[in-house]
Structures are given as structure tokens and as C-alpha cells.
Design a binder for this molecule. Structure first.
Ligand SMILES: Cc1ncc(COP(=O)(O)O)c(C=O)c1O
Length: 438
């Protein structure tokens, strides 16, 4: 087919089975609050906040108006050696939401850029404080840290890595924390597995602490199927990293902005890293934006300790873009005025009961939850990994529910404005569809 007779041909879609999609396309044409509207005019309940991102619900007028007003006033301002007030205002607002001490904010345009930025800041910091031998980066199996070369190197997803050559050198990985033998159907954080953080001691023993710059983990791994951290695991990681002078980075691109019932997972779990990456909920996904929150000592190590001139040779044409900054400020206003982080915490008990009511349904081998997130793992069909869940995805979409699937895991992360009736509808639909699957 060529462009003239196939209007779908030109777009190479990301993380999509392009040939299958184009043979049977699904398109969205509008969205409002908890729902999308499909191109055939059906209401689709959004069980995934878009892509873990639209935490305040869709097309909120306050955010739309802020973007429109700014587009007409200051369409763009170069961020190198120049500023504009909205970026400074948003940075202050973000800093106020971070754990104490992480009050220096670097803007990016995505989660992937936030991860690569955080890794580069970690390396620059170690060098600036005279620890230039610390160049190794430690990630974790089943970690999704975006798709930049830094992110896929520390990330632990085989499919995301194998097409792209040798990646960064000097990277090692912690084991992931999912263990269904010990923890299947845990409600909230699993109780078994804190000791897996001790593997970091083995990595330190192997390479030498003086070669390791930073450890990066998602406090709750999201994209590889919702893996809440075992009780005490993150505390141990913090203790071990601090003991060895290794920076700890939390990748909070999913867990930030209310998803777990607080501004950050760091706050919810009571563990303060040195850097936090974020994106998604920062602007309610209305304009692409990411950020890295950096602790004062790391920032000062690079910025105060360096010679005159540019302190960090890093940044993006669109860092702190006016439209994104306007959207971010309006989004944070909504989170605050509607108490959405607290609302997520309040409704999380109902959510937990509802998702665990799927235990015993056909094919379900594990259910995991934290805040307003759930992972429902299905048994894979022999020789056809992911097929069963993909069928469920299609059937749910046809019955008016958007879920996300990864392998044979259904991931749910709806907007935080959801009502109990939405939860009932979501779980009811998934339960019904499960009964129809081979
Ligand atoms: C934990 C985490 N880090 C990084 C990213 C990458 O974000 P983006 O797709 O905005 O580059 C994601 C995206 O889902 C993520 O979940």
C-alpha cells in the first residue's frame, strides 16, 4: 500500500505491533474526565490514566485555559542563559512537594530524558567532589527507566535492550523483587524480600564502592507489571547506598503525583533518595514535560563547587517550555484544591478489596496492588506468552474499558478522580472478560 490509498501507512507507531494495528486500528478522538471517546463514538472508561499519566482526569478546563493563555502570550523562550517566570514558579512548586532537601529542579521533556539527566547529574556530581572513579551505574532487573541509552542500559527489560547493541558499559543490575512463591496475592507491599537489597553489597564487593556512582530503581516497578517493593527493601537500599557513598535515584515517573497516595513514593514509603525523576503526572500529560528533583548537596556539589561559567553541560531546547510550565502549575493547583493525593489514599482500601475480588477468576495467578495501581497476572498460554492478556485488552476495549497489558499482566492505574462506581465497573468488566478467555 502507498500513502495515497493507506492513510495509516506513514506513521511508525511506538511500542506497537504496527502491522497488526494497521490491519485492525483503534483510535481515540476525544477525552473528558474518566473517559475517552473512540472514533466510532463509544465511551471508553480510562483504566490507565492514558499511560499512567492523566492523574487529574482528562481535558480539565483549568489546564486547557492555562495552556491556551500561555500559547498566546509567550509561545517559547530559550532556556539557556535566559529564563521566564513560569519555569521558576513551577520549579518552586515542584520543590515544595518533594521530600525535604530535594529542592533543586531540572526540567526535561519526558521520563526518558529525566532518567538520562539524573544519571548524568550523578556522574557529574561524583566527579565534582573528587570521586571521578565512580562511573558505574547500577539498575535493576525488570526496571523500566525509559528508552534513552542510559535508561535502557540501567533498565532490566530484555526486549528493550536486545535490538540496540552494547549500550552503556560499566552497568550492573540488582535482582528484581517479584517472587510469586512467597508473595502471590499479597495485599499492598509484600512482606518477603527485603533481603534482596543485600545483593547490592555483593555488587559493591565485586566492583568496589569507589567505582559506583549511583543506583537507580523505581520504588514500585510499574511498566513490567506492578511490583510493589517488599516491606523494608527500599530502606535497606538507602542504608547500603549511604554507607558506600553511592547516590540513590528513585525513578518516580509513574509513582509521582498521587499514584501511591502521596506526592512521591519516597514520601509514602518514608525513604529519601538523592534524586527523583518524574514526568507524566507533572503536567497531567497535557503537555510533555519531565523533571529531576535533586538534593541540595548534589546540586551544590556541581553548581557551587565548579569554576565560573556553565556548571552542567546538559539541557534541552524545550527544558521548562512555557506551555508545559503553565500546564504544570495548573495541574498542581488542581491536585491541591481537590486534595487528589489524599483522595487516592482514601479510596485505596476500596480499590484493594475490589482488585483482589478477582482472585479465583479463570487464569488469574497473582494480584498485586499499591495506592491506585494494580497488576493482575494471568497464566500464559503454552507457547504464546502475552496472547491471553492481549485478547483481554481487545475485548475490554470493545466493551468500553481501557486497560494496559504487559506480557500476561493487566496493569490498572486510573485517574485519581475516580469514584467507587468506576472501580466496580472496571473490575466487573475485567471479571466478565476473563470468563470468556480460553
Ligand atoms: C519508571 C519510568 N521511567 C521512565 C519512563 C519513560 O518515560 P517517557 O515515556 O516519558 O520517556 C517511564 C514510562 O513509562 C517509566 O514508567
Amino acid at each position: 500500500m502507498n500513502l495515497q490509498n493507506d492513510p495509516l501507512a506513514a506513521l511508525w507507531m511506538p511500542f506497537t505491533a504496527n502491522r497488526a494495528f494497521k490491519a485492525s486500528p483503534r483510535q481515540l478522538k476525544a477525552a473528558k474526565d474518566m473517559h475517552y471517546v473512540s472514533d466510532d463514538g463509544r465511551q471508553i472508561l480510562d483504566g490507565t490514566a492514558g499511560l499512567w499519566a492523566v492523574n487529574a482526569g482528562h481535558c480539565r478546563p483549568q489546564i486547557v485555559e492555562a495552556i491556551q493563555k500561555t500559547a498566546a502570550e509567550l509561545d517559547y523562550a530559550p532556556p539557556f542563559q535566559l529564563g521566564h517566570p513560569l519555569a521558576f514558579e513551577l520549579a518552586s512548586r515542584v520543590a515544595a512537594l518533594m521530600p525535604k532537601g530535594l529542592d533543586r529542579i531540572f526540567f526535561t521533556n519526558s521520563g526518558s530524558e529525566s532518567v538520562d539527566t539524573a544519571l548524568k547529574i550523578a556522574l557529574a556530581y561524583q566527579r565534582a567532589i573528587g570521586q571521578g572513579t565512580r562511573t558505574r551505574l547500577i539498575g535493576r532487573e525488570r526496571g523500566y527507566n525509559g528508552v534513552g541509552f542510559g535508561g535502557i542500559s540501567v533498565g532490566g527489560i530484555v526486549n528493550n535492550r536486545r535490538q540496540f547493541g552494547t549500550l552503556l558499559t560499566g552497568v550492573d543490575h540488582l535482582p528484581h523483587t517479584l517472587n510469586m512463591e512467597h508473595n502471590a496475592f499479597s495485599r499492598g507491599l509484600p512482606t518477603w524480600g527485603a533481603h534482596l537489597a543485600d545483593q547490592l553489597e555483593s555488587i559493591v564487593a565485586l566492583h568496589g564502592a569507589e567505582t559506583i556512582a549511583a543506583v537507580i530503581v523505581e520504588p514500585m516497578a510499574g511498566s513490567t507489571g506492578v511490583l510493589p517493593p517488599p516491606v523494608g527493601y527500599l530502606q535497606k537500599l538507602r542504608e547500603i547506598t549511604a554507607k558506600h557513598g553511592i547516590l540513590l535515584i528513585f525513578d518516580e515517573v509513574i509513582t509521582g503525583y498521587g499514584r501511591l497516595g502521596g506526592a512521591t513514593a519516597a514520601e509514602v514509603f518514608g525513604v529519601t533518595p538523592d534524586l527523583i525523576t518524574m514526568a507524566k503526572g507533572l503536567t497531567n500529560a497535557a503537555v510533555p514535560m519531565g523533571a529531576v528533583a535533586v538534593s541540595r548537596h548534589v546540586h551544590d556539589g556541581v553548581v557551587e563547587g565548579g569554576p565560573d561559567g556553565i556548571e552542567l553541560f546538559h539541557g534541552y531546547t524545550y527544558s521548562g517550555h512555557p506551555l508545559a510550565a503553565a500546564a504544570g502549575i495548573a495541574t498542581l493547583d488542581i491536585y491541591k484544591s481537590e486534595g487528589l493525593f489524599e483522595r487516592a489514599a482514601d479510596i485505596s482500601g476500596y480499590w484493594e478489596d475490589a482488585v483482589h475480588s478477582l482472585k479465583g477468576k479463570r487464569h488469574v495467578i497473582d494480584i498485586r496492588n499499591a495506592g491506585i495501581v494494580a497488576g493482575i497476572e494471568l497464566e500464559a498460554r503454552a507457547g504464546a506468552i502475552g496472547k491471553r492478556a492481549m485478547e483481554l485488552f481487545h475485548k475490554c476495549f470493545d466493551t468500553g474499558l481501557l486497560v494496559r497489558v504487559t506480557g500476561d499482566i493487566i496493569a490498572l492505574s486510573p485517574p485519581l478522580i475516580l469514584e467507587k462506581a468506576h472501580i466496580d465497573e472496571m473490575i466487573g468488566k475485567i471479571g466478565d472478560v476473563l470468563e470468556t478467555l480460553d
